[in-house]
Design a binder for this molecule. Structure first.
Ligand SMILES: [Fe+2]
Length: 226
């Protein structure tokens, strides 16, 4: 079946995975910066907990659900296969979303917070009026997400236009449209900011822009809209 892999450890797209009992499973991706490198915008304590505990838990539960799905398919157990879909969506979405999130951040000495100057910067001005207006829109929509979720800047690769979207829980952006490609995804779950910002989401949103990796967002945008 599609989930089976021939090699022990390799990279598929952006997600690392490995083979356990013949079933392809996923592993926690390394960060390209130290946990404390985003301070003071995001504390090292939050980064370590977020990466090692929260993201790892999504991966562990995703792998478990995939193994159960593999067993259910092998046994022809359609009912269990269907029942597992919500766990796969939630935990798999958590893995996909966090894998993007870490790339959306960069220390200031590596360009974090530096606004895009190329075609993405131009497109932001065209679609939203200015970078300041885009930030205000994403902060407002991110603050308004009820419970847990994400706020995204994305490019619609079919229409070649920028959009701001939100998703609930760990729904990945693709659930809002197959042609949407995430450029910047901001995690607005409490676990992303409660230790440092005392559950005040707007303060977290205000500060996270100081470490947003616009270089990464620009590279994705230019690939989708050459
Ligand atoms: Fe998170």
């Amino acid at each position: 079946m599609a989930l089976r892999a021939l090699t022990n450890v390799k990279t598929l797209g952006r997600l690392r995975h490995q083979q356990i009992r013949g079933l392809q499973t996923f592993t926690l991706p390394d960060l390209s910066y130290d946990y404390g490198a985003l301070e003071p915008a995001i504390s090292g304590e939050i980064m370590q907990l977020h990466h090692q505990k929260h993201h790892q838990t999504y991966i562990t539960n995703y792998n478990k659900a995939l193994e159960q799905l593999d067993d259910a398919i092998a046994k022809g157990d359609a009912s269990t296969a269907v029942k597992l879909q919500s766990a796969i969506k939630f935990n798999g979405g958590g893995h996909v979303n966090h894998s993007i999130f870490w790339k959306n951040l960069a220390p200031t000495h590596e360009g974090g917070g530096e606004p895009p100057h190329g075609s993405l910067g131009w497109a932001i001005d065209q679609h939203f009026g200015s970078m300041e207006k885009l930030v205000a829109k994403m902060n407002a929509e991110g603050a308004a997400v009820q419970g847990s979720g994400w706020v995204w800047l994305a490019v619609d690769k079919e229409l070649k236009r920028l959009v701001v979207e939100t998703t609930a829980n760990q729904d990945p952006l693709v659930t809002k449209g197959a042609s949407l490609v995430p450029l910047v995804g901001i995690d607005v779950w409490e676990h992303a900011y409660y230790l440092q910002y005392k559950n005040v989401r707007p303060d977290y949103l205000k500060n996270i822009w100081k470490v947003i990796n616009w270089k990464y967002a620009s590279e994705v945008y230019e690939k989708e809209c050459p």
